[in-house]
Ligand binder design. Structure first.
Ligand code: ZN
Length: 493
């Protein structure tokens, strides 16, 4: 090739580079405008949601998902203005609720590494999403159109499985009955709040209940907004005070994962017992200052009520990603980004852009660190599986005082059972389930130095999974409160 040809080739390459550069700038600008308008609550532009199938996304993406990826929730919002009487009008419903008709949850038995590899393969290919797992089983959520394919490949791999949830949409439709007319009448005649333990309530009802307790029991109850979520919702904490100086403190939270509705409902039940049934409490419990957040992830929770029942993360949007959300239970500043934490925002276990990058975790961490020497116990409620878990979660190793945590955990589990509750398994979270770095109980133990730090995975063991009927709120609350009382007595002795 002569010099002339080289020049031509070079200039063509340069032209291509310039075109690619401008294309890139254009795409980035479009993304920015979309993100801006989507974030703006006053925006009146109509939106529509385009959904892509997981397999299409995976094949068109250079990212390889090694962990479970929340591909179903990947959305691109576009703007489709149409002229109607010279004005822009809505052409699609902004509340585009995701349905789960015919989708199933399978329990797959994974007794060897080949089986576990097969599960990873199915997840990677976008054929199933992990709901829960332990050392011998994996619960997989499968879209209707993939069910036959998945069942066939499990059979081909000689893997046993059974159906846990026959039709996820049916379970969703049945889990949270609407308020009856009697209840609505009662709410209007009630002076303070709308909360019940027969329904899963929205954030406004939960906060209404906390505020009601704060105003009617102001001699020992106070309500504090300790921060705001990504979308600006209040993160409310209730302090139930012993009214004693230098009292031992106990931290309780729930609802860090949006779809685990039973966690927040259970924590609200505990709050009600500690405040409204105070006369029944023993001295050891009255002498403790309780700091409680019933709902740590208000944005994700509201979104899970309105649009996507199975949403897990918060609602963080980031520059350069169409996917939304950080897993708030991988975002804590202890062994952040280690095993079981995701690097990519499209993953369900995305750990965030850095340790405590999210306002929901940061505000709690700040609050606890300002008074961490007082705290002797930390309990965070999740679902599901019926486990009482203690650190470490980031790796299969134990803190030096794990025997103390194990002993008190077993006392709590026995108390749950004695109070008519279910059977809860006690153990180290990484060993019993799987490693998950950046969780709040590891942070509470490792950084805040709170001795008794637990994650309690509430009901059930898989029959309903995340879609636990509201009729189980009371029994869940009762058994969880038995655990809290048992732990309280142990930290006071
Ligand atoms: Zn959880």
């Amino acid at each position: 090739m002569n010099t002339m040809n080289f020049r031509n080739v070079n200039s063509t390459i340069n032209e291509i580079r310039v075109v690619i550069f401008f294309l890139y700038v254009f795409i980035v600008l479009v993304c920015l405008v979309i993100a801006e308008i989507e974030n703006d609550p006053t925006s009146t532009l109509p939106t529509t949601t385009l959904q892509f199938s997981p397999s299409a996304l995976i094949s068109s993406s250079t990212i390889r998902y090694t962990e479970k990826a929340d591909l179903e929730s990947i959305k691109i919002t576009t703007f489709m203005p149409t002229l109607n009487n010279n004005s822009v009008t809505k052409i699609t419903n902004t509340k585009n609720t995701i349905r789960y008709d015919g989708d199933q949850v399978l329990r797959v038995f994974t007794v060897n590494s080949k089986h576990r590899k097969k599960i990873k393969e199915l997840e990677r290919d976008g054929k199933g999403q992990k709901w829960a797992s332990n050392t011998t089983t994996v619960d997989l959520f499968i879209k209707k159109e993939k069910i036959e394919d998945v069942k066939q490949s499990l059979t081909n791999a000689s893997m046993d499985f059974r159906i846990l949830v026959e039709d996820v949409q049916k379970a969703v439709d049945e889990e949270n009955p609407p308020f009856t007319s009697e209840e609505l009448n009662e709410f209007s005649s009630r002076k303070g709040h709308r909360l019940t333990f027969e329904h899963y309530h929205r954030l406004a009802d939960m906060h209404g209940f906390l505020d009601y307790l704060g105003s009617t029991k102001s001699d020992f109850v106070s309500v504090h907004t300790i921060g705001q979520s990504v979308e600006g919702r209040a993160i409310k904490l209730i302090k139930i005070s012993s009214s004693k100086p230098n009292a031992t403190a106990f931290w309780i939270d729930g609802g860090i994962h949006a779809r685990e509705w039973i966690a927040s409902a259970t924590v609200l039940y505990i709050i009600n017992e500690l405040v409204e049934n105070r006369d029944n409490l023993d001295k050891e419990i009255l002498d403790i200052d309780f700091y409680i957040i019933p709902l740590m992830n208000p944005d994700g929770y509201e979104y899970s009520h309105e649009q996507e029942r199975l949403w897990r993360k918060n609602r963080r949007r980031s520059f350069g990603s169409f996917c939304v959300g950080t897993d708030l239970n991988r975002n804590w500043a202890y062994e952040w980004g280690g095993q079981g934490a995701g690097k990519y925002q499209c993953q369900e276990i995305y750990a965030g852009s850095g340790p405590l990058s999210e306002p929901e975790t940061k505000s709690v961490a700040n609050f606890i660190m300002e008074r961490n020497s007082k705290f002797k116990a930390f309990v965070t409620f999740h679902s599901y599986g019926q486990y009482i878990l203690y650190p470490w979660g980031h790796a299969k190793r134990l803190p030096s005082d794990s025997e103390d945590m194990d002993r008190v955990g077993r006392i709590a589990a026995a108390a749950m059972k004695q109070n008519g509750g279910a059977t809860y398994t006690v153990g180290n979270s990484a060993a019993l389930l799987y490693p998950a770095a950046g969780s709040s109980d590891d942070w509470a133990k490792g950084i805040a130095k709170i001795k008794y730090s637990y994650t309690i995975e509430l009901r059930d063991t898989g029959r309903h999974g995340f879609i636990l009927p509201a009729s189980q709120i009371k029994i869940s609350g009762k058994e969880a409160f038995a655990a809290i009382k048992a732990i309280s007595k142990e930290i006071q002795s």
